[in-house]
Design a protein around this ligand. Sequence first.
Ligand SMILES: Cc1cc2nc3c(=O)[nH]c(=O)nc-3n(C[C@H](O)[C@H](O)[C@H](O)COP(=O)(O)OP(=O)(O)OC[C@H]3O[C@@H](n4cnc5c(N)ncnc54)[C@H](O)[C@@H]3O)c2cc1C
Length: 317
Amino acid sequence: MCPWGSAVEDPAYYALLSGGARYYAHLVAMLAEDGESDLGYAKVGGLYVPGTADELDATERRARARAAEAPEAGSIERVSAADARKLFPPLRPDQPGLFISGGARVDGRRVAAAMQRAAAKRGARLVTGSAELMMRGGRVAGVVVNGETIEADTVVVAAGAWAPKLLEPAGVPLGVAPQRGQIIHLRSPGTDTAHWPILMPLSSHYLLAFEDSRVVVGASRETGAGFDYRFTAAGVAEVLNAALDVASVFARSPMIYALNLAARPASTISLSVTVSARAGCRWVPTAARCSRTWRLARRRHSISHPTPSNNNTHRQH
Ligand SMILES: Cc1cc2nc3c(=O)[nH]c(=O)nc-3n(C[C@H](O)[C@H](O)[C@H](O)COP(=O)(O)OP(=O)(O)OC[C@H]3O[C@@H](n4cnc5c(N)ncnc54)[C@H](O)[C@@H]3O)c2cc1C
């Protein structure tokens, strides 16, 4: 999470990214109240390392302008190549950067698990299984999981790339399709990586480190791969090359610790969409800039207009 210097121009999309970064501190504090701190979350800062001096200047201008409205961005500092390497030692020696202290990283799996535990502590009942919408009189009236019918006033569909299938019975068209992503975890045995910042070359790739001497490099974006969970030579090569481009020292990295691959819910329009389907099939595409979905939605359903606080449309990372 370090949106302030990003090259994103769409104001709605940037508002989502910065809103998320702002909200995270609250989320972490709320989870702590429930005794949940195993999130892989750390405010390690973000280090932008774009390829050219012009891009670095532009990144700094953007970051300073945006940070004026976002105190959570923290301090912004132009760093020399030598200082950048002190922050992220594997960085190539000729690469200056822009360090933003408010940047943070988190482990999505750990935070998701923590949220489930916290919800359970507060009385939520967790049901594991494949859910289907339960329709009554042409309206969404609940879900069926493992043969159990659960009636509900509101059904929130958060099924990622599988959401279109789940929403079919409600006749809700959703411009979302799976996009394969391949990630590589590099091990740097004996190295204290816990405080390394997120490294952002300003391409679609990124490097981030975790506590266990591990650097994660992500990610390929493979539209059209569907739910095919096979690693490909091209995907692995793309991600490794992105890492070596900014941190050639990884060419001597002793081993690839792990490979991860998943299907992200990518938009078939310009942004990804998360839709909450309310009982009565009154559904709310919470995108501020999702015109095609809006038009489809207007034809088929009554629409509640989104408010800035419930925007949850997002481009994939
Ligand atoms: C390789 C890769 C790297 C990524 N890196 C980043 C990153 O660095 N930062 C970032 O912010 N994002 C990243 N993303 C994107 C991030 O993973 C997605 O944005 C996020 O996971 C989307 O969350 P979601 O809850 O919408 O969907 P998902 O995380 O896909 O969750 C959907 C869940 O719904 C479940 N489900 C589906 N259908 C049903 C059903 N019928 N019944 C019950 N359950 C169902 C699925 O099993 C799944 O667990 C990455 C994605 C990929 C693929």
